[in-house]
Every structure is written in structure tokens, then in C-alpha cells.
Design a protein around this ligand. Structure first.
Ligand SMILES: C[S@@+](CC[C@H](N)C(=O)[O-])C[C@H]1O[C@@H](n2cnc3c(N)ncnc32)[C@H](O)[C@@H]1O
Length: 260
């Protein structure tokens, strides 16, 4: 039977003859079987573009506070925090505070650790929402640009002697800003821990109707590639991208060693 094929060795978890579910994606000449690794990867990319257009990441709340993430990335951060058990999570980009409260929730469950959260502008009602939250004792809010030397010095002070430290960068996503943040904040990440760069997906969604073609060379993804080229002490850990649906593709960077 022509429309039945034996599972390829690259096909995940399929052990019987099956009917391929073929889709032809725009720009492709051949259809792809969604049950293969390649099909799943391509379909995930299409889902990511469509979800970006629908602003899916603006749909969620964490313990009542808006969190600007997609569920898969929140779950991956949960796994990372559980594994690393950080003494400090540094976050740049607070917005409403949902992610800071999410990190604080994890630290509360792990019974140790603090969140140092930085934003260039913390609106009064967002500050109040965080301050009045039951988990607020675990969160320090710093207002100022993340790349400002005074702000960074304050963050450094909070991280003094703390280990492990995880850094999550989710503020302004231009290549220049993210690269500058990476240069500064990577120094806080302890060996074995992670620097997580959000919105590396900008390359992929640059051609979505609400995207911007300039993101191909001027976004967080470009910053990560340039950073990794000159920082051998960090490597991308694709384990945290294994769900495929992510806005942090290639953005989970593990610090393998100290700089000598
Ligand atoms: C994508 S939102 C953060 C979302 C948040 N992490 C969450 O998951 O809910 C980006 C935030 O970065 C902040 N921001 C923009 N430029 C910044 C800068 N130079 N330094 C620090 N924060 C900045 C904005 O004010 C905004 O609140």
C-alpha cells in the first residue's frame, strides 16, 4: 500500500504501520509527515508563528498576576529551578510581575532562594500587586535599566557570595541590548547553572504579520549566537527546548566552567 509506510528510525514512538499525516508547508516543495521528528519540528514552528500572531503569551496569569510567557517555557523553567535549586534568580523585565512571582513560587516550594527582579519602569499598580502578594517577601524589585551600571552594581551586591545563581533575561529584546545584558549578567551565573535568554524566537516570527523583518538580525536570537561565539564557558542546552514549542529556542545557556 503506497500510503502506508514503515516508521523511519527517526520517528519517535511509532512501531506499527501507519498512515502518514502529510502536510505541505508554504515554500516547501514536498509534503512532510507530522509523525516524524522533522514533521513535528516544522509543525511546531508553524504553531509558534501562529501563536505569536495571536499574542498567546499575553493570555496567562500566574497566581492571579499576568505572566508574559507560553506554558511550555514556564514548565521548562520549573524543571530548571527544581534541578538547580538557585539561591538567587535574577530576572530582567518584570512587566506585571507574573514571572517574578512564578520564580518566587518555585523558591517557596524549594524552601530557599530569592528573586532579584529588574525593570526600567515598574508601574505603581504592578509594584502594588507584587508587594501585596503572599510571595512578595522572596522578591526584591530594582527599578532602572538593566544595562545601567548603577542598576547592575545593585544586582551584583545582592548576588555577592550566593550560589547557585540563575539569570533570566526578558527585558528589551534588541540584539544590542540583549548582548550587553549577556555580557554583564553572565558573570553572575555560577558554573553548572544557567543564563536563560527569552524571545530568541524573534528570528522565526519575524515574517508573521505582527513581526518585523529586522528581527532576523536584530533580536535576542542574534545576540545569543554572537555571545556563544566568544564565550566558550557557555553552551546551549537543547534539553529545555525538547517540547519544541518555545519562545526560548537555543536560549537555555549552561555555564560549563568559570573564567580563569
Ligand atoms: C516582555 S516584558 C517582561 C515579561 C515578564 N518577564 C513576564 O514573563 O511576565 C519586558 C519588560 O522589560 C522592561 N524593559 C524594557 N527595557 C528595559 C531595560 N532597558 N531594562 C530593564 N527592563 C526593561 C519593560 O518595561 C517590560 O516590563
Amino acid at each position: 500500500m503506497n500510503d502506508h509506510i514503515r516508521a523511519q528510525s527517526t520517528t519517535v514512538g511509532v512501531q506499527q504501520e501507519y498512515t502518514p499525516l502529510l502536510v505541505t508547508l508554504p515554500g516547501a516543495t514536498d509534503p512532510v509527515d507530522v509523525y516524524t521528528d522533522e514533521g513535528f519540528r516544522l509543525l511546531s514552528e508553524v504553531w509558534t508563528k501562529a501563536g505569536w500572531q495571536r499574542k498567546l503569551s499575553y493570555e496567562l496569569t500566574w497566581l492571579g498576576v499576568p505572566i508574559i510567557q507560553i506554558p511550555e517555557d514556564i514548565l521548562m523553567m520549573q524543571e530548571l529551578l527544581h534541578r538547580i535549586r538557585p539561591a538567587i534568580v535574577v530576572e530582567t523585565g518584570i512587566a506585571h510581575g507574573g514571572s517574578a512571582i512564578f520564580y518566587a513560587s518555585m523558591l517557596e516550594l524549594l524552601r530557599h532562594g530569592r528573586v532579584i527582579a529588574v525593570d526600567i519602569e515598574v508601574r505603581q499598580y504592578n509594584r502594588l500587586a507584587i508587594r501585596s502578594h503572599p510571595l512578595s517577601d522572596r522578591i526584591t524589585i530594582l527599578e532602572g535599566s538593566s544595562t545601567d551600571s548603577t542598576t547592575f552594581a545593585q544586582v551584583q551586591e545582592h548576588c555577592q557570595g550566593a550560589s547557585p545563581v540563575i539569570v533570566a533575561l526578558d527585558s528589551y529584546h534588541s540584539r544590542e541590548h540583549v548582548l550587553r545584558e549577556m555580557e554583564l549578567y553572565s558573570s553572575l551565573v555560577t558554573p553548572g547553572s544557567y543564563l536563560v535568554v527569552f524571545d530568541t524566537v524573534m528570528d522565526l516570527v519575524s515574517d508573521a504579520p505582527n513581526g518585523d523583518t529586522s528581527w532576523v538580525n536584530d533580536g535576542a536570537g542574534t545576540a545569543v549566537r554572537e555571545f556563544l561565539a566568544i564565550h566558550p564557558e557557555f553552551e546551549a542546552d537543547s534539553y529545555y527546548n525538547r517540547l519544541n514549542a518555545t519562545y526560548c529556542k537555543g536560549g537555555f545557556l549552561r555555564r560549563t566552567r568559570s573564567l580563569i
